[in-house]
Write a protein that binds this ligand. Structure first.
Ligand code: NI
Length: 177
């Protein structure tokens, strides 16, 4: 069990474009995924991208059952997604609050596609192909952005909708630091 340090916004490694994975089902990949799961669980994340722990590979994990960082979120299946490709389904978008383990203690309103198709591979190299909407679609778009060096604050259109969680939601029971 290894909880890795999550890089925080300002670390230049978070701006890099990550490399595709070429070999699946390796011991190195298994170790990376275990570290990512341990780290995401320890920090109560809804998702984590490999670059957030300083590994420049196109690997993300996500999944939500009950999450104290997102108490009202719909559940999302535990997923390992490698070399993902996202295709929007339609033009409809939603605005909603996001947070990020690399931007601790803060939230911002970000526009995302309401529905997407995502394709990629699991840790064994098996194809994943899903069409999803709502919070699931939002989490995937957020995590995959990390693979291209994009953090959610770069999408914020109205900076009054960005701030510290405790100031934004003083009465909400959101555990965010
Ligand atoms: Ni993030």
């Amino acid at each position: 069990m290894t909880i890795r340090t999550v890089l925080r916004m300002g670390d230049a490694r978070l701006w890099e474009v990550s490399q595709p994975v070429v070999k699946f089902a390796t011991p190195e990949m298994a170790a990376l995924l275990q570290d990512m799961r341990d780290t995401m669980q320890a920090m109560n994340g809804a998702g984590l991208a490999a670059p957030q722990i300083g590994v420049s590979l196109r690997v993300v994990i996500f999944g939500v059952q009950q999450n104290s960082r997102y108490p009202d979120a719909d559940s999302v299946p535990e997923t390992v997604l490698i070399n993902p490709v996202i295709t929007p389904v339609g033009d409809e978008t939603d605005m909603a609050w996001e947070g990020c383990l690399s931007v601790p203690g803060m939230r911002g309103v970000v526009e995302r596609y309401s529905q997407i198709r995502y394709q990629g591979f699991d840790d064994q190299g098996a194809l994943i192909d899903r069409t999803v909407s709502g919070f699931h679609a939002r989490v995937v778009q957020h995590e995959c952005d990390h693979l291209d060096g994009i953090l959610y604050p770069m999408h914020i259109q109205d900076m009054t909708q960005f701030g510290f969680t405790r100031e934004l939601f003083p009465d909400a029971d959101i555990q965010d630091d």
